[in-house]
Ligand binder design. Structure first.
Ligand code: PHE
Length: 329
């Protein structure tokens, strides 16, 4: 009469729900059977109702059981399709990298701190005394020309080198002094190898008279340049700076052609990398030091970075082009 086998064969939850409505819904087969009660002769009513109730309970139980079964199956399927592969690549956020100038600066600072130099800093806005006068750069010196220096209306200026930190350190401390000073400097200049702002590292060693010689300077800078550029030859060429006497420029054998001569070294086989010398007595006089000797050096960090990373246009370092910067991760 009423077929309950459909319940067992149901494949989906919606199909099962349809069957439930067919059997037990308002107009369902079993529900309708109850409506037939009044047609049943009195003496059979009891039996009829008992059978029908049993049938109803059985159908409800079977449906509940099947429902649980199908729900579990559906959940299993859902879990399987939603499985997370944690080893799969996702859109990772970009990780930054140090700018080549910072990287080079860190490498330079690392060498000199290992050599027991302290790291000193000074203001970017300087006065004529610290930037020029105390460094034996008298008023008529060409480096003080408006073309090179950014002057402010109040007579202050943007420091043109890190050498004023030598003066500030000597005026604030007593010898012996063994310091470097890394930082930004400013000059009115803009082309392939010059930007209005760039970075220098200054070095200064001061001790009792006769204790600091050019040989000490040579040894320190040779060790430094070999650490920075690898297996290079180093030579010192006589030069001039108002604040050192004698003065020299240090060259390394060209890292591009190994000294054979190429476009980068203008076919000389050598690359100029820093200025240095024995501190001029006039500088010590300006800071009130007596009976001392010392050496000083100064270098351009961008130039080092360009040579180490073979970058040929300095301006590209400050254009913020990620395609260039990403290569330094
Ligand atoms: N201050 C010099 C420059 O800017 C570099 C230098 C520093 C040279 C110390 C000698 C000694 O060119």
């Amino acid at each position: 009469m009423i077929d309950l086998s459909k319940i067992k064969n149901a494949l989906h939850l919606d199909e099962l729900e349809k069957i439930r409505v067919e059997l037990l819904g308002k107009n369902g087969v079993i529900t309708n059977e109850f409506k037939r009660m009044k047609e049943i002769p009195n003496e059979q009513k009891r039996e009829f109702a008992k059978n029908l109730n049993e049938m109803k309970e059985k159908a409800a139980a079977l449906i509940a059981q099947k429902k649980a079964e199908l729900e579990e199956k559906a959940l299993e399927l859902k879990l399987k399709s939603e499985k997370l592969d944690v080893s799969m690549f996702s859109n990772r956020s970009q990780i930054g990298a140090l700018h080549p100038v910072n990287m080079t600066m860190d490498k330079i600072i690392d060498f000199f701190t290992r050599m027991n130099f302290s790291v000193e800093t000074g203001p970017l806005i300087e006065d004529e005394f610290h930037n020029f006068e105390a460094l034996n750069l008298p008023k008529y010196h060409p480096a003080r020309d408006m073309q090179d220096t950014f002057y402010m209306s109040d007579g202050t200026l943007l420091r043109t080198h890190t050498s004023p930190v030598q003066i500030r350190t000597m005026m604030n401390q007593k010898p012996p002094i063994r310091m470097i000073s890394p930082g930004a400097v400013f000059r009115r200049d803009y082309d392939l190898t010059h930007t209005p702002m760039f970075h220098q590292v200054e070095g200064l060693v001061v001790d009792e008279e006769g204790k600091v010689s050019f040989a000490n300077l040579k040894f320190m800078l040779e060790s430094f340049l070999v650490e920075m550029f690898g297996d290079v030859k180093v030579r010192f060429r006589p030069s001039f700076f108002p604040f050192t006497e004698p003065s020299a420029e240090a060259d390394i054998s060209c890292i591009f052609c190994e000294g054979k001569g190429c476009r980068v070294c203008s076919h000389t086989g050598w690359l100029e990398v820093l200025g240095c010398g024995i501190v001029d007595p006039n500088v010590f006089k300006a800071v009130g030091y007596e009976n001392v000797s010392g050496y000083a050096f100064g270098l351009g960090v961008e130039r080092f970075a360009m040579l180490i990373h073979r970058i040929n246009d300095l301006r590209s370092m400050y254009e913020g082009d990620l395609r260039l910067m990403e290569q330094f991760k």
